[in-house]
Design a protein around this ligand. Structure first.
Ligand SMILES: NC(=O)c1ccc[n+]([C@@H]2O[C@H](COP(=O)([O-])OP(=O)(O)OC[C@H]3O[C@@H](n4cnc5c(N)ncnc54)[C@H](O)[C@@H]3O)[C@@H](O)[C@H]2O)c1
Length: 436
């Protein structure tokens, strides 16, 4: 199949590369000229494990191309995937302005038999609106389908190549068949290919993210209760997770969820519900609990230093919103850094992949350290914000020696409190009693 993928970000680049890898001829388009130039030089603009090799192989096999020329990519394509960003607007709704620019631009150049597929997360009803807009432009009925993406940054290739399920929303059976053909190489283990209406497919994506966000806010609320009442959320988590009705996934307490999807998708769902006069009480609470949780480290660090951070040095381990990505969109670490800067603290940070993105935001206002241990030199406290593998088994004695005062605020519950106490640290974590 000849496929155009419009938008070459975390989703578009992975989608295009995986479709090329299964034998299709794929052209990825972006308006960001610098990004396309880098890709054409064989450089990958984002960090995603396994992606670089796969892009190179498929470029070399001439199945994967990158361009800023939208028309040249779209005109010969039988499938046009829209993977443009749909960020949050000021009012919380998904901002579709880039999507409409693309829809208007591609309309005159679509093949008669082309299928336009939304991979971007878009509000329920968007496929219908795209259909109407294309009809306005072309005077004919164009096929528009929804194919929401469920990949996780950090394991995006694996998720795309071996999805738990593929969801498509179509109006015509033939379009469902064409999409099924495209996905067959990824469904060899008999995972389901689910065909539904575009509205149901669009809603499925929001419901999935809403439920996952709910689990996170739920366990964070329980963690905060444990802390007050003397329980240990890790024991409680084990106590509930073995119940097969509950399970362990997405029930890890922490510093709140971030990233480019959960926060904006929860708010977009709130906005959609309100437009239909439905009060989305659970989603409102999930968002509110999360916003509060993103400040939980601020509360703990503030209390430790009697709210006076002037002249203190704070090390921050982990800046990305989760491990195995360089994505810092809505990352809880940024909320902490903003507060520490306002409070007059000196900040020394480490992250295996996200430091360049953070440098683009803060410049030289903070100190970037090539190694986790370097960030601890002379530190009055360490805050752990992302559970990278690099931080799981550190040399505690060296940490102790490097820090001016051995105080750790662990936002990811990486260590055992009794071990930390024995080693002489003052150790605060989430939903467990502080020690030391
Ligand atoms: N990142 C994820 O983990 C994830 C997972 C599932 C779904 N999604 C959804 O997929 C969509 C894309 O997300 P992302 O994280 O890849 O975003 P992104 O910001 O990384 O990438 C979007 C890309 O679109 C490009 N773009 C913007 N306007 C354009 C235009 N007019 N023409 C061509 N390109 C244009 C941007 O330059 C950028 O490279 C969003 O709707 C998101 O909600 C994201």
């Amino acid at each position: 199949m000849k496929i155009a993928v419009i938008g070459t970000g975390y989703v578009g680049l992975v989608t295009g590369t995986c479709f090329a890898d299964s034998g299709n001829d794929v052209t990825c388009v972006d308006i960001d000229q610098a990004k396309i130039e880098r890709l054409n030089r064989g450089e990958i603009p984002i960090y995603e494990p396994g992606l670089e090799e796969m892009v190179r192989e498929n470029q070399a096999a001439e199945r994967l191309h990158f361009t800023t020329d939208l028309v040249a990519a779209v005109a010969p394509a039988s499938m046009i995937y829209l993977a443009i960003g749909t960020p949050q607007s000021d009012d919380g709704a998904a901002n579709l302005s880039a999507l409409w620019v693309v829809v208007d631009s591609i309309a005159p150049h679509l093949r008669q038999d082309a299928v336009v597929v939304t991979k971007s997360t878009v509000p329920v009803g968007t496929c219908s609106k795209i259909f109407a807009r294309l009809k306005e432009h072309t005077g004919r009925d164009c096929d528009v389908a929804s194919n929401p993406e469920f990949l996780k940054e950090g394991s995006a290739i694996e998720d795309f190549m071996r999805p738990d399920r593929v969801v498509v929303g179509v109006r015509r059976e033939e379009v469902g068949d064409a999409l099924h053909e495209l996905y067959k190489p990824f469904l060899r283990t008999e995972k389901p290919f689910l065909i539904m209406s575009p509205e149901s497919a669009e809603m499925t994506k929001y419901v999935a993210n809403a439920l996952l966000s709910t689990k996170i806010s739920f366990i964070n609320e329980m963690a905060n209760l444990c802390e007050r009442m003397g329980g240990d959320i890790n024991d409680v988590r084990r106590g509930i997770g073995h119940d097969s009705r509950i399970g362990f996934a997405f029930l890890f307490p922490g510093v709140g969820y971030g990233g480019s999807c959960f926060p904006k998708d929860v708010r977009a769902l709130v906005k959609m519900a309100e437009e239909y006069d439905v009060e989305p009480r659970i989603m409102l609470a999930v968002d509110e609990v999360n916003e509060k949780q993103k400040r939980v480290m601020i509360e703990k660090i503030g209390a430790q230093f009697s709210r006076n951070l002037r002249g203190k040095t704070v090390a921050v381990w982990g800046l990305a919103f989760k491990p195995r990505t360089d994505d810092i969109r809505e990352a809880p670490a940024l909320v902490l850094i903003d507060w520490l800067l306002t409070a007059g603290a000196k900040i020394q940070v480490h992250d295996p992949e996200a430091m360049e993105n953070v440098r683009a935001l803060y410049g030289e206002k903070i100190t970037y350290c090539a190694k986790p241990m370097e960030a601890l030199n002379g530190a009055d406290a360490l805050a752990i914000m992302t559970e990278w593998g690099d931080y799981q088994r550190p040399e505690f004695k060296e940490m102790f020696q490097r820090m001016r005062s051995p105080v750790i605020f662990d936002g990811r519950n990486l260590y055992e409190p009794w071990t930390m106490e024995r080693l002489g640290f003052k150790y605060h974590s989430i939903g467990r009693p502080a020690v030391g």
